[in-house]
Design a binder for this molecule. Structure first.
Ligand code: PPS
Length: 286
């Protein structure tokens, strides 16, 4: 049985087992504090990786918290129903995650000095990763074939809405939001050390020596794959069926080549160039 009840909010569908109209409205009216760190991503773009990196940076490479507290408790998703209680109980620095598109958070973030980290990933890899995730996540609809899923992805009718709108919305805030860092999954993959240095200076917590090497070790794909606090193996099989795939699936860049047909590449590239012509940033994969 699947749990794919959807909650539709501002024309976007959200998994209904963790989102309610109240929890989504709570996010829209959230009072950000200047010392908050906000991780904003479209699903499958490196969210969990960034949650781990920020946790490690804030703990100067000490993995204690990363290894004992699940990611959703130390970096809760603002829009999910359990987060209000958690966030209100947190004293001091908070790490807040969100998959919401920028327009829904625009008024809450207006004038805020919270530090925002936006992570984007090559949308072809996002589509493949999201497709596999739909097979294991019982709270998402059965994806059927990749071809069918790709149509929904390109049309923006998947959960959390359109990848294009998400990326265009958040990147339109370069120079508008007081504190925002744009980084891609690809940059992190190709140069983890340089990325960690950028992220830690942005968070005003620059890492040195062992702090940096320890952080890098603990947020590597193999270390995270084996860490139950981030690999989602704690989630019961009624919600995530681990026999249908792994959350920490491959962790590669350019793996889409093993899935896309020539025809799908053609379709994707056509939609991409049309949709992205007014995007203010260019990405490494372009
Ligand atoms: S979610 O469901 O939105 O929170 O998913 P998200 O965490 O954004 O994305 C999951 C993909 O990120 C990969 N991942 C990593 N890649 C490299 N290094 C590290 N440390 C890492 N941690 C997670 C994960 O494997 C998913 O990508 P795919 O391509 O499916 O393997």
């Amino acid at each position: 049985a699947r749990l794919d009840v959807t909650e539709t909010f501002h024309h976007i569908s959200f998994p209904g087992h963790i989102h309610t109209q109240d929890s989504l409205n709570y996010a829209l009216h959230f009072q950000f504090q200047d010392r908050d760190t906000v991780i904003a991503t479209y699903p499958k773009s490196g969210t969990t990786w960034m949650q781990e990196i920020v946790t490690l940076v804030k703990n100067r490479g000490d993995p204690q918290l990363s290894k004992t507290v699940p990611n959703w408790a130390r970096a809760p998703w603002l829009e999910q129903h359990y987060s209000a209680k958690l966030l209100e109980a947190t004293q001091g620095h908070r790490i807040i995650t969100t998959h919401l598109p920028y327009n829904l958070l625009a008024s809450a973030l207006q004038g805020s000095k919270a530090k925002v980290i936006y992570v984007a990933r090559n949308p072809k890899d996002v589509a493949v990763s999201y497709y596999h995730f739909h097979k294991m996540a019982k709270f998402l609809p059965e994806p059927n074939s990749f071809d069918e899923f790709l149509d929904s992805f390109l049309e923006g009718s998947v959960s959390y809405g359109s990848w294009f709108d998400h990326v265009k919305g958040w990147t339109s805030q370069a120079g508008v939001l007081a504190n925002v860092l744009y980084i891609s999954y690809e940059e992190m993959w190709l140069d983890l050390q340089g990325s960690m240095e950028r992220i830690s200076s942005f968070l005003q917590c620059p890492l040195v020596g062992e702090e940096l090497t320890n952080s890098m070790r603990h947020c590597s794909f193999s270390s995270m794959r084996d860490n139950a606090m981030v690999n989602y193996t704690l989630i019961p099989k009624e919600i995530m069926d681990h026999s249908k795939g792994k959350f920490m699936r491959k962790g590669k860049i350019g793996d889409w080549r093993n899935t896309f047909t020539e025809e799908q590449i053609g379709l994707f590239d056509t939609v991409y160039s049309y949709q992205m012509q007014d995007c203010p940033l260019t990405f490494m994969w372009e």
